[in-house]
Design a protein around this ligand. Structure first.
Ligand code: SF4
Length: 149
């Protein structure tokens, strides 16, 4: 099942404007999730990988960044193909995930990553995430994590 739910051209905290690819479905089900409409895996999604690639291409001249969000991108089969596609075009890539461990191929093709589930009782006013257990990193040389706050 294709679970690319939407692509969008929107403001981004890193580079001003990013092409954003949203994925439907997340099994974490954190209390107080910021995108509850994106949790259900059975929601019908009409966009294809080809559509998402077209969006990346369409905005590539002015958007240097592609953001992958959800839902949980790491639970979508289409995510890695699109990540590699964006990286091959020399774009900056950002993953917003609720997980704390990611596959090596993902880390090697990312420039930034937000990790960790949202924990309501740890909610706070942070720049890149919603609860104090979460972290936002820049990835240097494909493997070194440098915290950004
Ligand atoms: S990991 Fe993110 S998208 Fe998934 S339930 Fe938690 S807050 Fe929502």
């Amino acid at each position: 099942m294709i679970r690319i739910i939407d692509t969008e051209d929107y403001s981004n905290v890193i580079s001003g404007i990013a092409t954003s690819i949203w994925f439907q479905g997340c099994s974490a089900r954190c209390e107080g999730c910021h995108n509850p409409e994106l949790l259900d895996f059975s929601t019908e999604c009409t966009l294809t990988i080809a559509d998402a690639k077209k969006s990346i291409d369409a905005f590539a001249d002015r958007n240097e960044t592609v953001s992958f969000l959800g839902g949980e991108p790491l639970e979508a089969d289409e995510f890695i193909e699109l990540l590699l596609y964006a990286k091959a075009k020399g774009l900056t890539t950002i993953l917003w995930t609720g997980r704390t461990k990611v596959p090596k191929i993902v880390l090697e093709n990312l420039d930034y990553i937000k990790v960790g589930r949202y924990v309501k009782k740890k909610h706070g006013n942070f720049k890149y995430y919603g609860s104090s257990n979460q972290r936002f990193y820049q990835i240097i040389n494909k493997k070194e994590l440098k915290e950004v706050d």
